[in-house]
Write a protein that binds this ligand. Structure first.
Ligand code: GDP
Length: 363
């Protein structure tokens, strides 16, 4: 599965948000299986009204949504890259996540100590990013020493790695994140380096309860920064999320609308997280279950089948595909087939968001 690491300075609301995310998911768990995998890892169902519609039309007994994992990563303080706080453990945890959810304190509350003495989310973002850049720089510099030696000795692969690494190294040395210097077309190779500053970032502006619908001056600055960086940002009030995490569906909708909100912060974070990771959803739908599956945009049919089971990918023959809209318009598989809306696609087919798929394969 795909996962997002929740990072931020101490006392910005990470744990409050993480607990609210996982409890809200648990409270919504009617059909939506949910679990806390470890104390700091939660799996959250991705809300998708299309899946409910498919369950209804396909008369499926069960609904299985796709999910995203969130990891609460504690221990980031100024100096983490030099081993301060839980420095090393923190860095190891963050290397393993696919995307970073960066919580920034945008709420004023004199009772809650700010580690840096005042509320300033841009300074905080820079503090955290600096630690990540320093750690990346350290790692890349060490790697470059070995690679340079091997490249001089005529090792072609090492030379190619150096070509990939050099611009990123230069960016980090100049105080810019490695993501600003990934060579075009080398995104996959760069991702394998497991640098922290190439990972996509979502800024979560944790604002006060009364500002959840509008944001405030602090969150406005974060949005401006996100836009300049090509990152994303959402406004959330962790305090509100904590309150609604215990509420049932209708109460929650009513409470949110009384605050001028259409959906929960959970929904916004999940949607943004999904977009951040370049993820899309395809479905399988039969009498036993209607199910959503997460894949990366651009995946071809065999790889997409492999998300269900490795055998589906290895033995892939073809995919019967019905677009979601056709599935609904023609009231299910049979109707769509009769209307000529079922396509048999081969190995090169690029799966689209919303495709309802059935794979044919050899075992
Ligand atoms: P973490 O260290 O980043 O995990 O921060 P916590 O989630 O433990 O929150 C630190 C303190 O800030 C706790 O006392 C929270 O109750 C409080 N807090 C978190 N979010 C908000 C918020 O949106 N508004 C207010 N007023 N307090 C909050």
């Amino acid at each position: 599965g795909f996962n997002c690491g929740i990072v931020g300075l101490p006392n910005v609301g990470k744990s409050t948000l993480f607990n609210a995310l996982t409890q809200t998911a648990a409270a919504q768990a009617a059909n939506y299986p949910f679990c806390t995998i470890e104390p700091n890892v939660g799996r959250v169902a991705v809300p998708d009204p299309r899946l409910d519609k498919l369950t209804e039309i396909g008369r499926s007994q069960k609904t299985v949504p796709t999910s995203l994992e969130f990891v609460d990563i504690a221990g980031l303080v100024r100096g983490a890259s030099k081993g301060e706080g839980l420095g090393n453990q923190f860095l190891a945890n963050i290397r393993e996540v696919d995307a970073i959810v960066h919580v920034l304190r945008c709420f004023e509350d004199g009772d809650i100590t700010h580690v840096e003495g005042s509320v300033d989310p841009i300074r905080d973002a820079e503090t955290v990013e600096t630690e990540l850049m320093l750690a990346d720089l350290d790692g890349l510099e060490k790697r470059a020493v070995g690679l340079t030696k091997r490249a001089r000795g005529g090792d072609k692969e090492a030379a190619a790695q150096m070509t990939l690494i050099e611009p990123m190294l230069a960016a980090l040395q100049a105080g810019r994140p490695a993501r600003t210097a990934v060579p075009k077309g080398e995104e996959a190779a760069a991702a394998k380096l497991q640098l922290m500053t190439t990972k996509p970032v979502l800024y979560v502006c944790n604002v006060g309860e009364s500002e959840a619908a509008t944001g405030n001056a602090h969150s406005a600055r974060v949005f401006a920064r996100a836009e300049a960086e090509g990152a994303r940002a959402v406004i959330v009030s962790a305090a509100i999320e904590a309150e609604i995490s215990q509420m049932g569906g209708e109460d929650r909708v009513e409470f949110l609308s009384s605050l001028g909100l259409e959906d929960s912060g959970l929904d916004r974070i999940i949607r943004a997280g999904y977009g951040l990771l370049g993820l899309i959803t395809y479905f399988t739908c039969g009498p036993k279950e209607a199910r959503a599956w997460t894949i990366t945009k651009g995946m071809k049919a065999p790889q997409a089948a492999g998300v269900i089971h490795g055998d589906f990918e290895r033995g892939f023959i073809a995919a019967e595909t019905i677009a979601y809209d056709d599935y609904i318009a023609y009231r299910g598989e049979q109707g769509a087939k009769e209307a000529g809306k079922m396509k048999v696609e081969g190995k090169e087919y690029v799966v689209k968001d919303g495709d309802v798929m059935l794979f044919r394969f050899n075992v």
